[in-house]
Ligand binder design. Sequence first.
Ligand code: ADP
Ligand code: MG
Length: 243
Amino acid sequence: MTTAPAAIRLASVSKVYGSGPGAVTALDEVSLGLGRGRFTAIMGRSGSGKSTLLRCAAGSDRPTSGTVWLGDTDLSGLTQPALTRIRLRHIGFLFEADDLLPALTVEQNIALPLAERTVDRTWLRHVAAAVGLADRLGHRPSQLSGGARRRVAIARALITRPAAIVADEPAGALDTRTGRQVLQLLREIVDRTGQTVVMATHDPMSASYADRVVFLADGRLAGSLDEPCPLAIAERMTHLGAW
Ligand code: ADP
Ligand code: MG
């Protein structure tokens, strides 16, 4: 168990899609604290509820029941505009899909989440340097490799100094080597800056970059591993009958 205070906490969170006989329970009474300054992986096979958990944790989807806390804020008590504001300010998103805007420069893409807020140029340059893009700020996404584009997305997730980065299969669409570099970069960001990261993955090697792996099976928590190695993660998945 983590002893660090939770950046995000889920308390008995359930999510049901649809109603009647066709209803799907994607999350079933999930209670989980995502430790501040820690790298947590949510691991489970396809359809186990990982993306739903991340969306509920990030405030981009509302649970059917249960409560999500972002720090001291109970997200279930918020109106939709307030929830959206909190999400944009305090959560950094990193998705599998490459969703950079092609017409904008690297710098403009990184600054996007700031919207109308003033860009702190020192911080932007610091973030760009941290992901190895200091000399690429004027480039367009089409001039970059897949790995470099993913690093732009990481910088964009960091630019608001979020309470947590929420990453859904961040290495999923990349070749193995580039995927490892992205995971290593997330690891370094956590170690160097104390950033909180939560990542969904179905790959034991990816999950082994985390401090803690939490297993999901059919929308339910199915245990966790601290300081996990890929073999132990794969073994646990096999025991869960998840493969
Ligand atoms: P994972 O990310 O682990 O693959 P998901 O959270 O995407 O799992 O999905 C969990 C379950 O919820 C699956 O059975 C999926 O089909 C269902 N589900 C996810 N999103 C929706 C949706 N918007 N409408 C209906 N069912 C959904
Ligand atoms: Mg998913």
